[in-house]
Design a protein around this ligand. Structure first.
Ligand code: UDX
Ligand code: ADP
Length: 480
């Protein structure tokens, strides 16, 4: 088989960018991305794409209408494709067995059933969503149990390692592409077909082929390792704050060991994003099901430490503001889970905002890319508050960081957007209630300069001097 047509089910953060790059690099292949959401597809076909990802607009503009199409006609795209990616969402289950931990595979299952219903001929079905180990087997069971004469399937696992905000570069210059398949002649042939697609731009030595289950587990493992590094450095940031060590210096010293390396050692208010927490919870659940409680407890601790970091940061904000934020005006700079994305899934900002709102604060939120409606949805969702109307009246979303900070008692910085480094903090200080506080949850600001301007500055993993208040408030004003 030579792959001429690819269909991708799911036009989200994974399916959209991945297929755009495949279309860009494989002009001989027609790529159709389908989604059940009419709105999402309309946005992919419009000037304003549904996701913000640096560099994505250019790629889409170059390929759309040539060999890249976005459509809601899922059945036709499946029928015509030689290879089908399943890139639907796999959220953590919110009810029933495995609630709060297991991945909800209902979208994967419905995509598989749709393929079973309409497919004709030979199809390679590629699982691209992050799914638990052995999910490929479930997809295969659905497909083969509903098989019709003349139709045959090969299932591959091809996990996505792109990070939001750098997705285009990650796709163009992948450290590795991982493809897992069945250990049969047909399985090997299908793996080779997908290798051929990636070989249009990825050197062969960076394409790893494994069995399906190794591929599935590798994705969970890679995310668990990355998140574990962040939780490790965050745990030490608490030690730094109590001892006078500086977590950036520690991270640098540790990261220079070539066996350890410098990546993912940036202490922060806590990791977010659609993958880390979900994948680790999934891993924990799988370990429990496999009767491996020690392994489950080991990975669970990575999440526990992340929760601790988020609540430790919120608690320090409240404590520093004289133990009460009731009716205080607090500016939040950044709401996305990291810079260069408009995605807020599991963002630490949500947790910090919730705590401050529970304590009666008035929040003024500014993020360069997150939509107002998304912030309101995140903060009024039934899973986070029973009082959506009260919350709505306590938050104001701003289009500008200067109006967001005007008249506030404190600034809480939750996302490391570059533009926050170069704001006019003298002007901001002048417009704030004194003493004016800044809580830098990302360690990106020039703290010495801010202190010179008059700010009370606190950050993660480092004590900063606060001469005046230290004297007045004594030990109760412990510095973060
Ligand atoms: C992650 C994986 O990196 C990617 O390979 C996988 O395919 C999907 O999950 P993503 O969640 O998009 O990607 O972003 P990532 O850059 O990994 O950041 C995740 C979170 O960790 C963010 O909240 C980020 O701010 C935080 N982080 C990252 C830190 O707090 N410190 C660090 O040193 C690195
Ligand atoms: P991810 O970050 O994993 O890409 P997203 O939520 O951004 O997740 O995107 C997943 C997309 O998959 C959504 O746009 C959703 O509408 C779509 N989707 C889910 N189930 C199906 C399905 N059965 N058929 C078509 N599209 C689906």
């Amino acid at each position: 088989m030579v792959i001429k047509k690819i269909c991708c089910i799911g036009a989200g953060y994974v399916g959209g960018p991945t297929c755009s790059i495949i279309a860009l690099k494989c002009p001989d292949i027609v790529v159709t991305v389908v989604d059940k959401s009419k709105d999402r597809i309309a946005q992919w076909n419009s000037e304003k794409l549904p996701i913000y990802e640096p560099g994505l607009d250019d790629v889409v503009k170059q390929c759309r209408g040539c060999n890249l199409f976005f459509s809601t006609d899922i059945a036709t795209a499946i029928r015509e494709a030689d290879l089908i990616f399943i890139s639907v969402n796999t959220p953590t289950k919110t009810f029933g067995n495995g609630k709060g931990r297991a991945a909800d595979l209902k979208y994967v299952e419905s995509a598989a059933r749709m393929i079973a219903e309409v497919a004709t001929g030979n199809k390679i079905v590629v699982e691209k969503s992050t799914v638990p180990v052995r999910a490929a087997e479930s997809i295969l069971n659905i497909l083969r149990a509903n098989n019709r004469p003349g139709v045959s399937y090969q299932i591959l696992s091809n996990p996505e390692f792109l990070a939001e905000g750098t997705a285009i570069n990650d796709l163009l210059n992948s450290d590795r592409v991982l493809i897992g398949g069945e250990d049969t002649e047909e399985g090997h042939a299908a793996v080779e077909e997908l290798c051929w697609v990636y070989e249009h731009w990825i050197p062969r030595e960076r394409i790893l082929t494994t069995n399906t289950w190794s591929s599935e587990l590798s994705k969970l493992a890679a995310n668990a390792f990355l998140a574990q590094r962040i939780s490790s450095i965050n745990s030490l940031s608490a030690v730094c704050e109590s001892t006078g060590a500086d977590i950036s210096e520690v991270a640098r010293a540790v990261g220079l060991d070539s066996r350890i390396g410098p990546g993912f050692l940036q202490a922060s208010v806590g990791f977010g994003g659609s993958c880390f927490q979900k994948d680790i919870l999934n891993l924990v659940y799988i370990c429990e099901c496999l009767n491996l409680p020690e392994v489950a407890a080991y990975w669970q601790q990575v999440i526990t430490m992340n929760e601790y970091q988020k609540s430790r940061f919120s608690a320090k904000v409240i404590e520093s503001l004289f133990n009460t934020v009731t009716d205080k005006q607090i500016a939040m700079l950044g709401f996305a889970f990291k810079k260069d994305t408009g995605d807020t899934r599991e963002s630490a900002a949500i947790s910090v905002a919730n705590t401050l709102l529970d304590e009666g604060a008035q929040l003024h939120i500014y993020d360069p890319k997150v939509e107002k409606s998304q912030i309101i949805e995140d903060l009024t969702h039934p899973s986070v508050t029973e009082e959506p109307e009260r919350v709505k009246s306590a938050i104001t979303i701003h289009k500008d960081p200067y109006t967001a900070t005007q008249g506030t008692h404190a600034i809480v910085l939750c996302t490391e957007w570059d533009e926050f480094k170069t704001l006019d903090y003298r002007k901001i200080y002048e417009g704030m209630v004194k003493p004016a506080y800044i809580f830098d949850g990302r360690k990106i600001l020039d703290h010495a300069e801010l202190i010179k301007l008059g700010f009370q500055v606190q950050t993660i993993g480092k004590r900063l001097s606060r001469p005046n208040l230290a004297r007045v408030w004594g030990s109760s004003s412990q510095i973060l």
